[in-house]
Design a protein around this ligand. Structure first.
Ligand code: VGL
Ligand code: ZN
Length: 241
């Protein structure tokens, strides 16, 4: 004959153990969530027509970041938007250099420059922010790459690694400590912005699913490696509390 009481005790003991384990798992999950504070800023990099479907330098899947960024915006008190904002005949355009084709490189005064198709020319519809991007609470739009002879992937400093855009001063004078970087493209303007954010002393997260890459000759893997070496943290939009 079996022992019904003992069996019940064992079962409830097992159930308690299971619940305890679940509780632990839930708190571990909660602990890995990141909560933006009043000292955090969402940085939305170059979500412009030029990098979206039909644009002059369209990034594969670029449009997919828009609903993710629109949704993230609700969690942030501070939002900064950037725009790639080139002159016509800009030094980063292949068409400016005789005999050069897009995606080749050349040497400029500050080092090696990837040459791009003409893109994001100041004042054109191509350079406008994506129509579906809805960031009514964004407080600053910073434009970069407007010096004819110098590129600027980073929202903090131009390609000579000297000329500041003013963004670090703006963020610091507003008491911002932590940056959450999103947008296009992961391996160029997002990565350079994130790394220069570290250099300027900010804590920096890149929200991977809110970015898409150009991925030229392994540039995406290289960018993640460099970002991680500089202490940039890689998270997903679902990791934000
Ligand atoms: C970008 C290439 C050229 C970017 C800008 O926004 O990532 N990439 N200009
Ligand atoms: Zn550009």
């Amino acid at each position: 004959m079996s022992h019904p009481h003992r069996r019940i005790l064992l079962q409830s003991g097992a159930a308690l153990g299971l619940l305890g384990g679940l509780g632990f798992a839930a708190s571990a999950l909660a602990a890995s969530k990141v909560k933006p504070s009043a000292k955090s800023a969402l940085i939305v990099v170059d979500v412009q027509n030029c990098f979206l479907d039909g644009g002059t330098l369209a990034v594969k899947g670029g449009n997919e970041v828009i609903p993710i960024i629109n949704k993230l915006a609700a969690q942030f008190d501070n939002i900064v938007v950037t725009q790639d904002w080139h002159t016509a005949g800009h030094a980063s355009f292949a068409s400016t250099h005789a005999g050069k084709k897009p995606f080749e490189t050349t040497k400029l005064s500050y080092g090696t420059q990837v040459l791009w198709p003409d893109h994001c020319v100041q004042g054109t519809d191509d350079a406008a922010l994506g129509k579906e991007l809805k960031l009514p609470t964004a407080q600053l739009i910073i434009r970069k790459g407007f010096h004819k002879d110098m590129d600027s992937y980073s929202a903090f400093e131009e390609a000579d690694h000297k000329t500041p855009t003013g963004l670090a001063g703006y963020l610091k004078s507003r008491g911002i400590k932590t940056l959450f970087v999103t947008g296009l493209a992961t391996d160029f303007c997002v990565a350079w912005t994130a790394m220069d954010g570290r250099k300027a002393g900010f804590e920096v997260y890149v929200i991977e699913d809110a970015t898409r890459a150009i991925d030229l000759n392994g540039s995406l893997a290289a960018a993640w490696k460099q970002m991680s070496a500089k202490g940039v943290k890689r998270i997903q939009s679902g990791d934000i509390a």
